[in-house]
Design a protein around this ligand. Structure first.
Ligand code: CP
Length: 316
């Protein structure tokens, strides 16, 4: 499958999806992100890197981690920053997403990190953007969250090394509605993970090609046995009102990650969760805050990954 988001020189044009991203590019982004880690918490060393360019965080849905880390990443690289606040914007007067993009482009914005509730919305905006403007999908519907996928892979690399050929990973929870799960599956497949196990209640599992090559489980005790990494997903509470999850207690019993259940994984298994966490619903607080948790490392890696993405896209 050809990956449509490349320039003629092989560099990334927009970051829309990890699905089909060439391994060489995926690894380059991860290598750059690893190198960015020492600058992600502050310092002035890279402030000249993207000076004179502007990032707009254009979020049509709420966010804590993704929006904040894009803002910090841009700042660490010396970019100007425009934080689009939908609540007080002219979107409320009916201005279309395309007109919003065009308006902000006309003010000299070079890069947009866009979160949108609709699958494919960011790709459509990327097609509409003027040449030279770059778009980053900061999560669209249930489709993709590529920068989260990258930071998850960076976190796994730091824990388990760059060679994924022995890595067994389980992704557990509401996989059907999870853009994070999709981006993680795409990246793990490209990086050659030994085993990708998908686990959740039948009605929260996807029924499309994303599962190709994955092991599919409805029993978490079986799915977690011997794995090197456990990626837990947030249970989106509206699934309760939709009747997809009969009770939160029952969900935790079957699909929650407790200390006892984690013992079934490899002794040095690591636990990831993209956040926000529902403590006591999909994960026991003792696990979320425990020694095998990499949740806050994921958050820290988010800044480094987004610095790498901006540097790649803006070509410096
Ligand atoms: N992981 C993630 O996307 O978190 P936010 O919704 O807080 O950005």
């Amino acid at each position: 499958m050809s990956y449509p988001w490349l320039r003629s020189d092989g560099r990334l044009r927009h970051l829309i999806t990890l699905d089909g991203m060439p391994a060489v590019l995926l690894n380059r982004l991860l290598n750059t992100a690893q190198a960015m880690c020492e600058h992600a918490n502050g310092g002035l060393a890279l402030r000249g890197r993207l000076a004179g360019t502007t990032l707009c965080t254009l979020f049509f849905e709420p966010s804590t981690r993704t929006r904040s880390s894009f803002q910090l990443a841009a700042t660490r690289l010396g970019m100007d920053l425009l934080n689009f606040d939908i609540a007080v914007s002219s979107s409320g007067k009916g201005e279309s997403d395309r007109d919003t993009l065009a308006t902000l482009q006309a003010m000299g914005v070079n890069a947009f990190a866009v979160r949108h509730g609709r699958d494919g919305a960011v790709a459509e905006l990327a097609e509409a953007a003027t040449s030279g403007t770059v778009l980053i999908n900061a999560g669209d519907g249930r489709n993709a969250h590529p920068s989260q996928g990258l930071l998850d892979m960076l976190t796994l690399r730091q824990a388990k090394g760059c060679d994924f050929s022995h890595l067994r990973v389980v992704i557990c929870g509401d996989v059907r509605h999870s853009r994070v799960a999709r981006s993680d599956i795409h990246a793990l497949r490209t990086l050659g993970a030994n085993e990708i196990r998908i686990c959740g209640p039948q009605n929260l599992l996807p029924d499309d090609e994303v599962l190709a090559g994955c092991g599919v489980y409805s029993n978490f005790d079986e799915a977690i046995a011997g794995v090197d990494a456990v990626i837990m997903l947030r249970l989106q509470r509206e699934r309760m009102s939709q009747g997809l999850v009969p009770s939160l207690e029952g969900y935790f019993r079957e699909y929650g990650l407790s200390t006892e259940r984690l013992r079934r994984a490899a002794h040095d298994a690591v636990v990831l969760h993209p956040g926000p966490i529902n403590r006591g619903i999909e994960i026991d607080p003792a696990v979320a805050d425990g020694p095998q948790s990499r949740v806050l490392q994921q958050v820290a890696n988010g800044v480094a990954v987004r610095m790498a993405v901006l540097a790649e896209l803006l070509g410096r």
